[in-house]
Each structure stands twice: as C-alpha cells, then as structure tokens.
Design a protein around this ligand. Structure first.
Ligand code: UD1
Ligand code: CA
Length: 457
C-alpha cells in the first residue's frame, strides 16, 4: 500500500515587514489569499490530511479558509519553524510521509513537490537551489563526498559558510515517525533563540539517514512574501505565468504585461484581449471574442463572436454569441443576454433576461426585467423597479419599441409589438400591438412672449 501523505503548512508568522494589521497569509495574490494558493497546491497532491499551523490573526486565518478537511493547529507563540511543525505532529500518523509547505510561498508547483516526495522514500528530501546572492536563506553544507551534512541559518553562519550559494528553500519531505523523534530533540541555542526545523538535518545525518536534494522547476516557486514589494513581485510572476499559458493556447494579448487574471480564465480560439483588462473569478470567453481596453469581467461567460468595447464592468452575467457590449456598459449579477444583443453607452442592466436581437444602446437602467426578441429600448429608458421598499419586475414582449426617455414603473407589462411614445411614464400594462403614450398633447400659444427684465430705476 502506498504511504499516506500528510501536509503541514506553516502559516503562523506575523509578517512584520508587511506593516499591516492583516495576517501575512491573508494578503492577496491574484485576488485570493496567499494561503488559499498553497492550499490549492496541497490539495492537488491528494493528501490524507492537511494541517495548517496558524498563530497571528488566528481566527481571521481560519475564517478566510472555511474549506472542510483542514486540521487547524494553533501555535500560540512563534518559537521557530521546528516548534511550528512539532505543534502539528500529535495529529499526524507515524506511518505517513510529511511534506512541509509555507503559507507565504505561494508559487510552488505540485509537480515539483511530487518530485520531492518520490525522492523522500524512507529518507529525508530537501528542495534546494543555488542563488547568486543567498542573503537570508539557510545554507546547505555538504561534506567532501558531496553529501548534505547540515543546514546553517544565515544568522548563525560563519563568514565561510555564508559564502555557500546552495540554499534551503524550506520545502522538505520526511517520514513522520522519524520526524517526530527528531523534532523532540531540537534545541533553541542559536542566534534567534528559535527551534529550527533545519536542525533535523544534522540529527538525521547522525542516524545515517541520507539527505536527498531536488531542485525546483523555476526560481519563482520558492519565493516567499515578506513585504509589499515582494508581494507585488510574486503577483507579476504569477500573472506572467497566466499570460504565457493563454498565449500558448493561441489567445492574442495586445500586451501581456497589462492584463490581470485573478481567477480562472478559459478562452476559445482567436480571442483577442486588449490592454488593462482584469478578469476575476471564473470567466469563459468563446471563440473570436474581442475584449477592448479597460474592461473588468467577473464570473461571466461571453458567447462566441461577441465584442466587448472599452470601459465595461461585467459581473455574473451570461452573454450570448455575437453581442456588442459597451463602450461604458455595466452588466450586473443575474443578467442573461441571448445572441445578437446590443448593450451600449452608459447602460446598466441588472437581474434581467434579454432575448435575441434586442438593443439598448444609450443611457438606460434595466433592472429586474424580461425583454423579448428584437426589442428596441430607446435612449434614457428607465425601469423603475424599486418602490422604496420592494423590487418589482418589468416584462417587455417581442418586437416592442420603447421611445426615448420612458419610465416603466414596475410591476408592469408591455405587450408584444407595442410601441411606447417617447417621454412616457408607463405605470399600467401597455396592450400588445398598440401605441401607448402618456405625453400631454403638444400645444402652441400664438403670440406668447417671454418675460423681460424690469428696467432698474
Ligand atoms: C526558513 C529556514 C531557512 C530557509 C528559509 C526559506 C528555518 C529555521 N529556516 O528561514 O533555512 O532558507 O526558511 O525561506 O526553518 N513560521 C511559523 N511559526 C514559527 C516560525 C515560522 O509558522 O514559529 C512560519 C512563518 O510564518 C513562515 C515560515 O514558517 O511562513 C518560515 O519562517 P521564517 O521565520 O520566515 O523562516 P526563515 O527565517 O526565513
Ligand atoms: Ca526566522
């Protein structure tokens, strides 16, 4: 039987250098907390258990990650990485393999961790890499035969040790039974007065356990976030990975550096995306969709051939094929547009269904409305859906023509083929096929003169 995998994620650090009241692991990368990225990677490995060691900002960290299947372990005082891992050990089975991840190192990939795990076996596997400027990282020390003998933290390193460029990324995989034993022997006699997880290396070596090392696929994977500058740097790297994937799949990006994917973007063939576009949540773009500059699109689907002109905000909306949206359109949640619908300049649509071929091109608010096929909504039409206490629906049949500057006072129904005269306030149902208008007849007062200012005395 395969050895069960249990993952321990260290997430108790405060993140002093973030200068923030928020716990570090809740700062967002691509719209999701750092910890959520690490949890997603952990889940991809299908472990038997995930243990998250949390401390600073305690309950907020738990509340932000309400998924089931996480064992939360509280580390009241941050006494070092070894102490942190030890807190999780009572919940870990001796026969498991433990993989240690970090809540603030979000770009680690499942395939790299799989490599590390298959190297571990009954020994200890470390993910290491060479850095030209190893800075604050722990240094990997090897003997003449090239075997790892121990890790020295940079603050404890002699000048010679500090010159070593092979560093500890922090990721390691180790059999749980041995780990428990080694952790119990840690001391905090070092520069930081902490229980170092890295000290298990020399203990393992003394027990003749071989230390195996593996490399990450790329340097971004091991970058930790300690400051806002590093957060921004990791964000750029993440976005670069997203845009490279999209271009690989054939999406045309006018400038891959000016696009943000904060969620999951799926694109059909021959999609073109202009600059300064933000995708949030789950967004699906069909074939030949064109997204103009400065659009924000969240949790929506866009049918094939649809063009989204500049400066739209689109949330939780299904847009059919061959529609034309914007410029400056606002589509709000629970909106469904069928094919060949036009929503134009300064039009807001909320919780409405619009059937094929209907158009609302200028200055409208359409809320809680069902619109039939081939309807023309004139400029400035407003559905008055709110009476101050409750929301009501407006129903507009097929082939209706609503004249400009009409107020439709819901609940109200406009029958199919009806025409509404411009400037009307429609508060009762308008019959099918007829012209309805509420305008006062136009009159002319012959000979009427404008008032003139009285002469000053
Ligand atoms: C650690 C390693 C170092 C490695 C580096 C890679 C040790 C002793 N050193 O150093 O060899 O090069 O990571 O980034 O392990 N944490 C807790 N509880 C604690 C202490 C830390 O949860 O009591 C968490 C932190 O929130 C952080 C992670 O563990 O996510 C690493 O802690 P940190 O203090 O940043 O370790 P480094 O000193 O960077
Ligand atoms: Ca430290």
């Amino acid at each position: 039987m395969a050895v069960p995998l249990e993952i321990v994620i260290l997430a108790a650090g405060q993140g002093k250098r973030m200068y923030s009241d928020r716990p570090k692991v809740l700062h967002e990368l691509a719209g999701r907390p750092l910890l959520a990225h690490v949890l997603a990677t952990a889940r991809a490995l299908k472990p038997a258990a995930i243990h998250v060691v949390y401390g600073h900002g305690g309950e907020a960290v738990r509340a932000a990650n309400p998924e089931l299947g996480i064992t939360w372990v509280h580390q009241a005082e941050q006494q070092g990485t070894g102490h942190a891992v030890a807190q999780a050990m009572p919940g870990v089975a001796n026969e498991s393999t433990v993989l240690v991840l970090y809540g603030d190192v979000p770009l680690i990939r499942p395939q790299t961790l799989k490599k590390l795990l298959s190297a571990a076996g009954t020994g200890l596997a470390l993910l290491t890499t060479e850095l030209p400027h190893p800075g604050p990282y722990g240094r990997i020390l090897r003997n003449a035969a090239g075997q790892v003998t121990r890790i020295v933290e940079s603050k404890d390193a002699t000048p010679d040790e500090a010159k070593v460029r092979e560093v500890n990324t922090g990721f390691l995989a180790v059999p749980a039974g041995k780990l428990k034993k080694w952790l119990s022997r840690l001391k905090n006699h070092n520069a930081q007065g902490e229980y170092y997880l890295t000290d298990i290396i020399s203990i393992a070596v003394a027990e003749k356990v071989t230390i195996i090392t593996r490399l990450p696929g790329d340097i971004a994977e091991i970058l930790g976030v300690n400051s806002k500058a590093e957060l921004a740097q990791v964000e750029r790297m993440y976005q670069k990975q997203q845009t490279e994937k999209l271009m690989q799949q054939g999406v045309t990006l006018r400038d891959p550096a000016r696009l943000d994917v904060r969620g999951e973007l799926t694109c059909g063939r021959d999609v073109v995306i202009d600059v300064n576009v933000i995708f949030e949540g789950k967004v699906r773009l069909g074939d030949r969709v064109q997204v103009g500059p400065n659009n924000v699109i969240r949790d929506s689907t866009v049918g094939s051939g649809t063009v989204i002109l500049p400066n739209c905000v689109i949330e939780e909306t299904d847009i059919g094929a061959d529609c034309r949206i914007g410029p400056f359109a606002r589509l709000r949640p629970e909106t469904h547009l069928a094919a060949h619908v036009h929503v134009g300049n300064f039009v807001e649509v909320k919780k409405s269904d619009v059937a094929e071929g209907s158009k609302m091109n200028h200055l409208s608010y359409i809320g809680d409305t069902s619109i039939g096929r081939n309807v023309n909504i004139g400029a400035g039409t407003i559905t008055c859906n709110y009476d101050g206490a409750n929301k009501h629906r407006t129903i507009i049949g097929d082939n209706v023509f609503v004249g400009s500057n009409t107020a439709l006072v819901a609940p109200v129904t406009v029958g199919e083929d009806a025409t509404i005269g411009a400037g009307s306030v429609i508060s009762k149902d308008a019959p099918a096929g007829e012209l309805t208008l509420t305008r006062a007849p136009q009159t002319t007062k012959p000979g009427w003169k404008r008032p003139v200012k009285k002469a000053k005395k």
